[in-house]
Structures are given as C-alpha cells and as structure tokens.
Write a protein that binds this ligand. Sequence first.
Ligand code: SAM
Length: 182
Amino acid sequence: MNITQIKDSKIFGMRVQQNACSMILIDNLINTNPEITQIIELGTGHGALSIFLAMSGMVRKAEINTFDIIDPDYIDQFSRFGITYHKIDVLSDTAQEIIRNAISKGRTFLLCDNGNKKEELLLYYKMLKEGDFLLVHDWGYEIKNKDLPKDFYDIYEPYNQADFDRFKTRILSSIKTNHKSK
Ligand SMILES: C[S@@+](CC[C@H](N)C(=O)[O-])C[C@H]1O[C@@H](n2cnc3c(N)ncnc32)[C@H](O)[C@@H]1O
C-alpha cells in the first residue's frame, strides 16, 4: 500500500477528505507547538477531521471551532470532543467576528478548507497574529501561487512545507512571521 495515495479515506471509521499523511503532519505541527490554544477549521465536511483536530489539541484543552453551511455527518459526536460547530458562511460578517474573537484569545492554528479557498485566505491571512499558523488545503489545485496576495511571503514563511509536499498532502503550511514588514 502506498499511504500517500489513500485519498478520501477513513479515520477512526469516519470519512475524511484528506490524505492519510496530512493528519500525521497536522498532529505533529500542533503538538510540537504546544502554545496553540485555538484550532479553527473552515469547512467541516463530514466532521472527522474536526474530531481529529480536537483530539490533537485535547491534552492542552485547545478550543476548536469548525464552520460549514451544511451539517456534518458526525455532528452528534461533536459535544463528546468539545467541538463548537458554527453553521454559517465563513465569508459572512458574523463568521468573521466569531473567528476574529477566537484568534484574539491565543496562539491559533487555522485551516482553510471550504469551497472558496482564495476568498477565505484573503479574508483571514491578515487577521492572524505573528506566530499563528495558516494551512490551506487543495494547494496547487484550487489555489496556486498566483492566487496568493502580493505580500503573502512578506508576512508568512513556509512551515514544514517540504514534508507536506513530500507526502502529497496538497496543503500549504505557513507561519506568520511578518519578517519583511519589520
Ligand atoms: C472539502 S470539505 C471540508 C473537508 C474537511 N475539512 C475534511 O478535511 O474532512 C469543504 C466544505 O466546505 C463547505 N463550504 C463551502 N462553502 C462554504 C462557505 N462559504 N462557508 C462555510 N462552509 C463552506 C462545504 O459545505 C464542504 O462541507
């Protein structure tokens, strides 16, 4: 079995729309940065990744907020994992307010995985704080280098990107550093 080719696979028996390696790399990112207390998923999908993210941040009691316009399949499990689900358009003013508030509470891990990654990224890349992590799924497919804002690499640096590429995760992984704006 080539593990990088497992797509739309299952985790804990639940359908997930990530390659199997993405979850290992995401868990590694979260747990090698124990100051992360806010986990935000834009685009819940079935909801299995939300549960995985909640488990990943569980030992440090990280808050997890996940957003979708369609109720996830595994919504009944969310309360067991302390997941807050918001049925809302992530591009709406109300969602922006909820997300701004979550980001303001502590070190943040934000995954863009909804239907319009370009719009989502534009809305939220400035909102994150220095030291926060921004990941975008379907990198190279639904969103490419040419779609990034001009100042993106002035304020973000790749984070473990070589691993995310090597294991064909289709994830852009970055940390906000503001290095060129200092
Ligand atoms: C690819 S799925 C998310 C998969 C999930 N993150 C995972 O890894 O298993 C994308 C989700 O984005 C949701 N979506 C699309 N447009 C949205 C919007 N404007 N606001 C919130 N959710 C949206 C869709 O309903 C869909 O469930």
